[in-house]
Design a binder for this molecule. Structure first.
Ligand code: DCP
Ligand code: CA
Ligand code: CA
Length: 349
């Protein structure tokens, strides 16, 4: 299994920088309080220039200004950051892989059985596209599980890219402080220190029965993690769901008429599934696999939700035309995403 973890750098701050280009290179923070009451609030994030002065998330703004009096300040604008987060999510969703949105600025993507080589190429492309198309920096971690992909990412900040393979994990973890393991907070850290355990390597060599005795099932989990065993799973949420179908053509072809026939069948199946689940869609993507087994994907979004099969097919056709050009394809796929509604969701509402 390969997992790719993406975490945006100084996310709220980077979003502000997008619309305030004059900020570039200057230390600034985003905080909870309105500008006029800024000293009463808390810092939500600091850009890396401000971090040089020791300013960080969670710190009272007052303290941040004591560390650097020329600091620029912005009140948070959550809806704006959320809208950018959604754009990042739909860019990533266009790769047709299971995604877990772990927080507003963090995504874990399941690359399944893909090789590290292939995964790295795609993950680098994702990073590049987030940078070019959204305009924001991020850091990417690649590993064989969800937790270690996140740790790889954390260790490469900012604007980094790090791969940790199974055979490298012991060395990667060994010297790190136990607090670097996700789930270990200040309390657990203190209790582990009392037991003489401060590094992950020491945790890995500890007596697991003793850990279970002290921490219950979490004791077992942290022992396993310290030894490179991670059972956490990527969980897709309803908002990130997509519905797609793909199929191999009878023979490889660049003939759009033949391909359209297949797209028609696939769109029809997608539409049936969509109706069954009660969803409407906003984005359509298509995938083509070429003769040399490379694949390409294109997507487009509507400005409104729709459940029209005709519209889906029309978009699929236009996107596919660009992918095919004069190259022969052997397999095609149609997928809708940015779904809304859903029978289950309606019942809950
Ligand atoms: N956030 C917040 N309060 C905190 C921590 C974070 O409101 N105590 C918000 C602001 C951050 C965003 O969540 O921009 C993402 O948090 P991260 O922990 O990922 O930190 P950043 O993205 O700011 O920085 P980086 O990931 O580069 O370290
Ligand atoms: Ca971040
Ligand atoms: Ca984060």
């Amino acid at each position: 299994m390969v997992v790719v973890h993406i975490d945006m750098d100084y996310f709220f701050g980077a979003c502000e920088e997008l619309r305030h280009s004059e900020l570039k290179g200057k230390p600034f923070v985003v905080g909870t309080a309105a500008e006029k009451d800024k000293m009463r609030g808390v810092v939500q994030t600091a850009n890396y220039e401000a971090r040089k002065y020791g300013i960080k998330s969670g710190m009272p703004t007052m303290q941040a200004f004591k560390l650097y009096s020329e600091l620029s300040y912005f009140k948070e604008d959550y809806d704006y950051y959320e809208s950018i987060s959604k754009r990042i999510e739909s860019l990533l969703a266009s790769y047709h892989k299971p995604i877990e949105r772990m927080s507003i600025d963090e995504f874990a993507i399941d690359f399944g059985k893909e090789s590290y080589y292939e995964s790295e190429l795609t993950a680098k492309e994702m990073k590049e596209r987030i940078n070019k198309e959204i305009g924001l920096p991020c850091t990417v971690g690649v590993s064989y599980s969800k937790t270690f992909a996140k740790m790889a990412c954390d260790s490469a900040k900012p604007n980094g890219f790090k791969v940790i393979k199974e055979e490298e994990i012991k060395e990667f973890l060994g010297n790190k402080d136990v607090s670097k393991l996700p789930g270990i907070g200040v309390k657990t850290e203190a209790r582990l220190k009392e037991m003489g355990i401060s590094r992950i390597g020491e945790l890995a060599a500890a007596n697991p029965l003793l850990l279970i005795d002290k921490f219950g099932s979490f004791g077992k989990e942290m022992f396993e993690l310290a030894n490179g065993i991670d059972r956490s799973k990527i969980v897709e949420r309803a908002e990130t769901l997509s519905i797609g179908r793909e199929s191999t053509l009878e023979e490889p072809t660049a003939d759009m008429q033949k391909i359209d026939k297949k797209l028609g069948e696939l769109s029809h199946e997608v539409k049936r599934e969509l109706d069954k689940k009660g969803y409407v869609f906003k984005s359509v993507s298509v995938k083509a696999r070429y003769q040399d087994f490379t694949e390409a994907i294109r997507n487009a979004s509507l400005t409104h939700y729709s459940n029209s099969e005709e519209l889906m097919l029309g978009m699929a056709h236009k996107l596919m035309e660009k992918l095919v050009g004069d190259k022969e394809v052997r397999k095609v796929g149609v997928r809708v995403s940015s779904l809304s509604g859903g029978i289950g969701q309606r019942r809950l509402a």
